[in-house]
Design a protein around this ligand. Structure first.
Ligand code: ATP
Ligand code: MG
Length: 205
């Protein structure tokens, strides 16, 4: 992760198990709408809310993200959460990125489902002080629905949460894993190189 001349950057966090076009469309949409110099994909080690579920080995998730983003010069990947011990809290991740890019305004891209969990996160006030959230629409959470839900939040939170409409892609990693397990197609739900990696490595069987 290089600091050169980056004024506005966003973190795209997720388990990426596997990465799919829903993630990529949200990241590219944010890049354009918020005039970002860079989007950094940071695969999560063990998100606090997913401790019970099994997760694919970090190196597989890292390789899949690398394959998914290689053709986009504004996208990069960071293994900083995977390299850190223990649970990954977003506040620690954002602070680590701030140390590398002290001049940059930092955004955090999430799907609408994830932003609604923000209030349950550790240090939410501190988090909203150091970065702005970009909440992307997701099927089941259209812009009106999302803005209505957000309007119930305390006002000091609201000013640091932006919403963004992206083309609705009813794609989730959960569904992709289930499709692979059932021998149903995943083609066109995720980049071809990622699809090939899943089959070559025998993931999700
Ligand atoms: P899982 O089904 O395993 O939870 P997921 O598809 O939700 O996987 P995550 O890795 O949990 O993917 O998501 C990372 C981020 O991307 C989250 O903020 C999530 O809301 C967002 N996201 C995931 N899928 C979409 C989508 N289809 N459209 C918009 N945002 C999405
Ligand atoms: Mg999810």
């Amino acid at each position: 992760m290089k600091a050169d001349g980056i004024k506005r950057l966003a973190i795209m966090g997720g388990t990426f198990d596997p990465i799919h076009y829903g993630h990529l469309v949200a990241a590219e949409g944010a890049k354009c709408e918020f005039d970002l110099d860079r989007v950094i994909f940071i695969p999560a080690a063990r998100p606090p809310h997913k401790t019970k579920k099994e997760m694919t080995a970090p190196y597989h998730r890292l390789h899949m993200v690398e394959r998914a983003i290689y053709s986009n010069s504004h996208f990069e990947i960071s293994a900083l959460e995977l390299e850190r011990e223990g649970l990954s809290y977003t506040i620690n991740t954002v602070n680590a990125v701030r140390e590398i890019h002290p001049q940059a305004s930092i955004y955090f891209i999430t799907g609408a489902d994830a932003v609604l969990e923000i209030l349950t996160w550790k240090n939410v006030e501190e988090l909203l002080n150091v970065c702005k959230f970009i909440a992307a629409t997701r099927p089941g959470y259209d812009l009106e629905n999302l803005e209505h839900t957000l309007s119930c939040l305390p006002r000091q939170y609201l000013k640091n949460i932006c919403t963004m409409e992206v083309p609705a892609l009813a794609i989730s990693s959960t569904d992709i894993r289930a499709r692979v397990a059932d021998n149903r197609p995943i083609k066109y739900l995720l980049p071809e190189l990622v699809e090939r990696y899943i089959f070559e490595e025998g993931l999700y069987k």
